[in-house]
Each structure stands twice: as C-alpha cells, then as structure tokens.
Design a binder for this molecule. Structure first.
Ligand SMILES: Cc1cc2nc3c(=O)[nH]c(=O)nc-3n(C[C@H](O)[C@H](O)[C@H](O)COP(=O)(O)OP(=O)(O)OC[C@H]3O[C@@H](n4cnc5c(N)ncnc54)[C@H](O)[C@@H]3O)c2cc1C
Length: 236
C-alpha cells in the first residue's frame, strides 16, 4: 500500500475561515495546506456584513484597505416593525465600523496572497481518525479513498464538519428558516441612505444594505418552516 502523504498544518475547508487562517499563517511565514471539496474557489454568494471585529481581523491579514474600497460605510440601523395596522420605526446610528462586502470580493482578497499550491481543490475530507502510529496528529481519509496525515489539523469546513465529529463536538442544530439573499444593481445609482434596513413583517425578516452607490444587498428570512424541513440559503 502507498505511504499516506504527510503534512504539517492541514486546514479543512477553503471558505472565509479556512482562507483567513491560511493567510494568517502565511503572513507569519508558516506554511499550511487548505483542502477544499469544491473544484474551484467558492467565490459565490451575495453580501456579508462585516462589523468592527471583522475589520480588525482583516487589518491584521493585510486586506482591509483594499476591501474598504469596495464597500461603503453603513451609518444607521433603520428598524421597521409592522404588527397589524401599527408600524414602529427607529433609526439608531452605527457606532463602530460596519460595511457589507460582496462575499466574492472577500474570498478573492483572502485567496490571492496564499501561495500557489497551498489550496488543494476537489478534495473532500470524508473522515478523520487519530494516527495509529502516533507520529502525526491525525489521519484524514478523502472521499476518493486516499489518505493524508496531518501534524496539526484545523477544521474550517462549516456546518457538517468531519473535524468536529472527530473531536466529539455536539451536532449542529439548524434553524428551520430559509434565507433568500441577492443583489440589486442600479445602473444610474440608488437613492437609499447608507443604512441597514431591518424590516420585520408577518414572520418575515427583510434586510437591505447598500454596498456602493450602485449595488445593494438584500436578504429575506422566511417564517419558521415545519419540523423536518431544512433551512437553506438561496442566492439570486
Ligand atoms: C458558497 C457560499 C456562499 C455563501 N454566501 C453567503 C452570503 O452571501 N452571505 C452570508 O452572510 N453568508 C454566506 N455564506 C456563509 C458564510 O460564508 C459562512 O457562514 C461564514 O462566513 C463562515 O465561514 P466558514 O469558512 O466557517 O464556512 P463557509 O464559508 O461555509 O466555508 C466552508 C468551506 O468548507 C468546504 N467544505 C465543507 N465540507 C468539506 C469537506 N468535508 N472537505 C473539504 N472541504 C469542505 C466548503 O465547500 C466551503 O468552501 C456562504 C457560504 C458558502 C459556502
């Protein structure tokens, strides 16, 4: 049988957390390998709100300045709550930095400085076990049956994490509320304020954030679904 490939630090999942972790290590001169099940960078999705703590992390990663160029500052939370005939409204200033990024810009900014070859695509981790030899920390089995050893294993693969299962973490609880997310493009500019509109009406939660003078992100969180149905994010 062929000897399993052995690595120092292996990160499972090339989403926001996996790429940010690999970039942080790279900035400190520490190599790592990201395993991503998708065949290419998953730079799809819609908008993602980044608050002050996120901007501090992006600053440390050296990508905050370029990302600030892509998204304007959100200055106001605008809450509208419609209950029967009554509508209440409140506007509260945003005290710290909040911007809504296009997820694609964020993913691409994180990925572009990670050295070539340090992200391996089309590589789905199916199972994790302790190294029986004891020399390496963990043995990963890929969906194609190949094995890899990792001295340090970092799980960043989101909801159904093989690493979390291996560590014995409790299963994820999903919220049965589908979310629809998308962008609206206004070729001649929109007329919205730089606000995060949060509208609650009849079990729906609707959000709208401006990204640039032309681009607006919206999401609609649907009412709670009956038990047994799954919460899903839909992107349009
Ligand atoms: C394609 C996509 C689009 C999204 N769009 C939005 C959005 O528009 N707005 C928003 O607010 N949030 C969005 N999200 C969710 C958001 O990215 C995450 O909730 C959040 O950023 C946490 O990041 P994460 O890195 O932990 O997880 P994720 O961003 O979900 O990344 C996890 C990565 O791990 C990979 N992966 C999963 N299992 C395995 C495995 N077994 N082996 C190898 N790789 C694996 C996945 O392909 C994925 O790339 C999106 C997520 C994805 C994957």
């Amino acid at each position: 049988m062929a000897e399993a490939e052995a690595h120092g630090i292996v990160i499972v999942g090339g989403g926001i957390c996996g790429l940010a972790t690999a970039l942080a290590l790279h900035r400190k001169g520490i190599p790592s390998l990201v395993l991503e099940k998708s065949r290419s960078l998953r730079a799809d999705g819609a908008g993602i709100g980044v608050h002050a703590n996120g901007w501090r992390a992006l600053e440390q990663l050296g990508v905050a300045a370029e990302l600030r160029e892509t998204a304007q500052l959100i200055t106001v939370y605008h809450d509208v709550w419609q209950q029967g005939d009554k509508t209440s409204r409140e506007k509260v200033p945003v005290r710290m930095e909040l911007r809504c990024l296009n997820r694609k810009d964020l993913i691409e900014a994180l990925a572009k400085d990670i050295p070539a070859g340090a992200i391996r695509f089309g590589c789905r981790v199916a199972a994790v076990a302790a190294d029986p030899g004891g020399g390496h920390g963990a043995v990963l089995t890929m969906a194609d049956g190949t094995a890899m050893k990792a001295k340090v294993l970092i799980g960043c693969e989101g909801t159904y994490s093989a690493v979390a299962r291996y560590l014995g973490l409790s299963p994820v609880r999903t919220i049965p509320r589908p979310v629809l997310r998308g962008f609206t493009w206004y070729p001649h500019g929109h007329s919205f304020d730089t606000e995060f509109l949060r509208l609650r009406v009849g079990g729906f939660f609707i959000g709208r954030l401006t990204i640039t003078d032309n681009l607006v992100h919206f999401f609609v969180t649907m009412p709670k679904q009956p038990t047994g149905t799954y919460a899903r994010d839909l992107f349009i």
